[in-house]
Design a protein around this ligand. Structure first.
Ligand code: TYC
Length: 112
């Protein structure tokens, strides 16, 4: 945890206005992060999943192929971890792209 100094204006006898650190307190909490998960199904083509991972998550072909295979074998995998807003955008992009191509691919997000 990081600490923020609290600055107080020191009023010393000689009337000089000096600022001194008198204590510290915990800084404001970091915003929560969200895992974006990709789910397996029996119908979405493997190449389509690889394309999605490259296009919307900026992964290389090799990284995308590896994650796609993990989902295919295990049923689910974490694709990335993002702020709430970014995670929501990624899920929306994936779901929209899959729907437009009539594939049943599912993508969800979950608080880390
Ligand atoms: N199981 C699919 C198939 O055999 C491939 C697939 C992988 C689908 C990952 C979805 O998230 C997924 N064609």
């Amino acid at each position: 945890m990081t600490f923020q100094p609290i600055i107080a204006s020191g009023n010393s006898d000689d009337d000089s206005d000096t600022s001194v650190v008198i204590e510290t307190r915990p800084k404001t909490k970091k915003p929560p992060l969200y895992k974006v998960l990709l789910l397996n199904d029996d119908y979405t083509p493997m190449e389509f999943v690889v394309l999605i991972l490259e296009r919307f998550f900026g992964l290389t072909h090799a990284q995308s192929f590896e994650i796609m295979l993990t989902v295919h074998k295990k049923g689910v995998a974490v694709v990335g971890v993002f702020s709430h807003e970014i995670a929501e955008t990624k899920v929306g992009q994936v779901m929209d792209f899959a729907r437009r191509h009539q594939h049943p691919l599912q993508c969800t997000m979950e608080k880390e």
